[in-house]
Design a protein around this ligand. Structure first.
Ligand SMILES: [Zn+2]
Length: 275
């Protein structure tokens, strides 16, 4: 009789412990996901462009945000000296698969649009301009549908001065500026501090003064590892001898941060351009 009572008391204590542990684990899990309910939208031009910010895409996905990645073009002209891929439809199929692989490893939702690499620039005004207009319309539809809390895209430098990068960034800005968003949406441009660029030409072409890049987002080794693995998915675009360690070293050379410039609307009306 006594034995049974001790046994049942033990069971009760055990249940209490399990319940407390369950509560503790539950609250820890919740505490680890500070951005649950937030929506981040990253918009870039080509499959593999996302690697410029991929550590923080992995970070925000890990921290509970819903992260959507829009890749605008199909990358059909992405030939290089490392591989003998021919430009065209076959490369499009390859790069779509590579992009899917990279998005999955980062933990982000991929929206891969159908625009031609180089946005039909070679076809002149009549080829390019309708294509570019359609891009703005589709981006507008996506932003209105997803209602992100924050958007990240290319800045005016486009990282490498690539025309597609700069036009995608400008198109996202146009979508942003065309509406008075009833829900707060913040727009951020990716940027590189001029101080982190060694060559003088690079400073001019893509460097930005630190006073503009005031959003400095840190990431962890785990995020960086995910980014490195996802970059390897873009096999058709990379030097096969480049290792994940090389990527991590290159990416974090100036610290484990991604620098962003937040778009700021004017705070008041004015009737002159001069103070
Ligand atoms: Zn690109």
């Amino acid at each position: 009789m006594k034995k049974t009572s001790i046994a049942s008391k033990s069971v009760l204590w055990l249940r209490a412990y399990v319940f407390i542990i369950f509560l503790l684990v539950g609250s820890t899990c919740r505490a680890q996901k500070p951005y649950e309910g937030k929506v981040l939208l990253a918009v870039f031009a080509h499959p593999d462009d996302e690697s410029t910010v991929s550590p923080i895409l992995a970070k925000y996905a890990r921290e509970g945000a819903k992260v959507h990645l829009v890749v605008v073009t199909d990358g059909r002209y992405g030939t290089n000296d490392f591989h003998d891929h021919k430009a065209g439809d076959e490369l499009v199929v390859t790069r779509r698969e590579e992009m899917k692989c990279a998005a999955e490893l980062l933990g982000v939702e991929l929206i891969h649009l159908d625009f031609h690499d180089q946005l039909r620039a070679a076809e002149g005004y009549d080829g390019h301009v309708p294509h570019a207009r359609e891009m703005i319309k589709q981006l507008n539809e996506i932003v209105n549908r997803l209602k992100p809390d924050a958007i990240i895209t290319w800045g005016p430098d486009g990282g490498s001065t690539h025309m597609d990068h700069r036009l995608v960034g400008a198109s996202v800005a146009q979508v942003y500026l065309s509406q008075d968003w009833d829900k707060g949406v913040d727009l951020f441009y990716y940027g590189t501090p001029a101080d982190n660029i060694d060559d003088p030409e690079g400073k001019v072409l893509r460097g930005q003064a630190s006073k503009y890049l005031r959003t400095k987002v840190p990431y962890t080794d785990e995020d960086l590892e995910k980014a490195a693995k996802s970059y390897r998915c873009h096999y058709s675009q990379i030097d096969p001898t480049l290792t994940e360690e090389d990527f991590m070293e290159r990416r974090s050379k100036n610290g484990k941060y991604v620098y962003l410039r937040k778009f700021e609307a004017p705070k008041s009306d004015s009737n002159s351009i001069f103070e």
